[in-house]
Design a protein around this ligand. Structure first.
Ligand code: SF4
Length: 312
């Protein structure tokens, strides 16, 4: 079992079961999150016998192992992490002045199967645990020797289809004994799991919601995002509006610009209408083509036209 996905209460129960006082949990959490130590043997304020007992119980700290990385000229770095069962997931570090963001994965593969997405084509293997999610962020912060300020659940997987683990990970990222990240700097991006959006709104966490919108008609959105057949556009937008009203957090509508698919004048008019009158903003995203895929990015002038019209 891994320590990294346990919250403070669970870790306290564990150390009490092992016959140690409750405060040992706090000591372990300090080593893991504040000092970035993964080896019980280096936790020098723990009795040696207790260190040995932790190891003998088959406990380990970390849940993911870096297995490769690629960095671009602007400092963006993509990481591959290996999980204990051999599966791999990706996370991305994005530095922008003071803001250091990690985009993390919540599932191995994805069950949603969006037609424009490389992960969607892989199919779905399994949900990540809370530990496997939070450790992507922790490991990247340690490797970059920096404090990660923002985190977004926008990597592989549909976060709200792995609700419990994603929420637990977000609470660990936010906790005073965890990575101490402001809730307002945490974002969940969803393709539109409507019941989970309502549930998230009731969690009383000030986290941000982003919706992968990508189309403004049910016909096109269902072709791009099959989940739209279960939760059509009107229901998804109603849930997002409810989220914004309940949390007072602005919802981001993500819109990937696909040449000749969703970048016409009608699309633009509907997008503007859909984004009017409530607490949201639109994020236009240039498409990054998938090898062998059917879609192309919209020309820059089309993106500019969308941007100018929406700003107006
Ligand atoms: Fe890809 Fe996200 Fe769609 Fe899953 S929900 S297939 S990860 S775009």
């Amino acid at each position: 079992m891994q320590i990294i996905g346990l919250n403070r209460e669970e870790l306290e129960d564990l150390v009490l079961e092992l016959g140690e006082p409750r405060y040992r949990a706090r000591q372990i959490l300090d080593w893991v999150y504040k000092k970035g130590v993964d080896d019980f043997g280096q936790m020098s304020n723990l009795p040696v016998l207790f260190q040995q007992r932790l190891q003998a119980q088959g406990l380990v700290v970390s849940a993911v192992t870096p297995a490769g990385a690629a960095e671009t000229a602007d400092g963006t770095k993509k990481y591959l992490f290996r999980l204990s069962d051999g599966c791999g997931v990706e996370a991305v570090y994005i530095p922008e002045q003071k803001r250091k963001t990690v985009c993390f994965s919540t599932q191995v593969g994805c069950p949603v199967g969006c037609s424009f997405c490389a992960t969607g084509r892989q199919g779905f293997e399994r949900n990540l645990t809370a530990g496997e999610i939070v450790d992507q962020v922790r490991k990247i912060g340690l490797e970059k020797k920096t404090r990660i300020t923002h985190a977004v659940a926008m990597g592989q997987g549909e976060p709200l289809a792995n609700y419990a683990a994603t929420l637990k990970a977000l609470r660990l990222l936010n906790a005073d004994y965890g990575l101490q990240m402001a809730a307002r700097h945490l974002t969940v991006s969803t393709s539109g799991v409507v019941p989970a959006i309502y549930r998230l709104a009731d969690e009383q966490l000030q986290i941000n919601l982003a919706l992968s919108l990508h189309a403004t008609s049910d016909q096109l959105r269902s072709a791009l995002i099959p989940l739209n057949r279960t939760y059509p556009l009107a229901q998804v937008i109603r849930a997002c509006r409810d989220y914004a009203a309940k949390t007072n957090r602005r919802v981001t509508l993500e819109y990937i610009m696909l040449d000749g698919v969703n970048d016409g004048e009608d699309d633009l008019a509907r997008l503007a209408e859909l984004a009017t009158g409530w607490l949201c903003h639109v994020n236009l995203i240039p498409y990054n083509p998938v090898p062998g895929g059917a879609y192309r990015p919209s020309p820059p002038q089309t993106c500019q036209r969308f941007l100018g019209y929406l700003q107006e």
